[in-house]
Design a binder for this molecule. Structure first.
Ligand code: DAK
Length: 259
């Protein structure tokens, strides 16, 4: 992977989209590398959480590559959209928690990429937006769907119809991001949160993610059954036995084993 750098620290992976000269815009090669990243992280049982950020000081990702998209036919546009959508869905359903550390522009496909992560933290310099309607297209990597689910249909429609960008404080106000940091504190904060997550029982954390994500796709009656099944499955794990024994014995639990 040349367009996505992957670094592992303890049980955390930090991935950096690395095309800073084009503000990390998503061309086909970056999408292929993102796909490879997700495959590698999924296959590595030692990784308990993933942080995703952008290289350089200006951008997380400034969108899909406008140069590559400009001459697409209808069929090619659908195929490019599918390529991105498939990768973003794979990222969204990665079993481990994912944190987008948004270090600058997150526009179009960049905002959509951040929304495919579980948690968004951003720098005070971050800018979010779905500028597609101003370019003559719709958001194509899930923006119409994930933005409406995250911030509600009214605010999503306002952002998408007007194609106006919003700053970090507005993104926080509408619930698009969880927290804002001075830019130099963003990566330490994201890695600290990932490390905090990685200290909890990994199987339980993955079950929590699955319960929330799968439960949101169905009605409440089915959703609580999803939770019950996943809750039950935890009682077959060594980590549940250690966690609860440690509590009852008034001691600190041993590091969890992912078993
Ligand atoms: N694509 C390609 N190159 C980009 C780019 C992008 N999205 N964004 C920036 N760059 C390139 C610039 O062309 C420039 O390259 P050089 O001229 O140096 O070669 C370099 O990055 C630095 O950018 P600027 O010189 O423009 O930097 P500024 O600080 O002046 O401005 C900016 C930063 C982020 C405000 C500006 O670059 C900008 O407005 N960029 C475009 C933002 C944008 O509109 N992004 C949304 C793209 S649309 C679909 C699939 C997907 C999508 C839609 C449909 N289907 C097929 C269904 C998704 C669409 C999008 O994401």
């Amino acid at each position: 992977m040349t367009n996505v750098l992957l670094e592992k620290k303890d049980h955390i992976a930090v991935a950096t989209i690395n095309r800073p000269k084009a503000l990390n815009a998503l061309n086909s090669q970056v999408l292929e590398d993102l796909n490879e990243l997700v495959e590698q992280v999924k296959a590595d049982e030692d990784i308990y959480a993933l942080v995703l950020t952008g290289a350089g000081e200006k951008a997380f990702v400034a969108g899909a590559d406008i140069g590559e998209m400009s001459s697409l036919t209808k069929a090619e546009g659908e195929s490019f959209g599918k390529k991105g959508n498939d990768v973003f869905r794979k990222l969204e359903t990665l079993p481990i928690p994912t944190i987008a550390a948004v270090n600058g522009f997150a526009l179009g496909g960049g905002c959509e990429l951040a929304m495919s992560c579980d948690i968004r933290l951003c720098a005070d310099s971050a800018v979010f937006g779905q500028p597609e309607a101003g370019l003559g297209i719709t958001p194509g990597f899930g923006g119409t769907q994930r933005l409406a689910r995250l911030v509600g249909p009214g605010m999503a429609k306002q952002m998408i119809y007007t194609a106006k960008n919003i700053k970090a404080d507005e993104a926080l106000r509408i619930g698009l991001v969880n927290a804002i940091y001075p830019v130099e504190e963003l990566m330490p904060a994201a890695e600290k949160m990932a490390a905090t997550i990685a200290k909890n029982a990994p199987i339980a954390v993955r079950a929590c993610k699955k319960a929330i994500n799968d439960g949101l796709q169905v009605d409440m009656d089915q959703a609580i059954v999803i939770e019950e099944k996943l809750f039950g499955s935890c009682f077959e794990t060594a980590d549940q036995k250690e966690g609860m024994s440690a509590f009852l014995e008034k001691r600190k639990h041993e590091p969890y084993q992912n078993k």
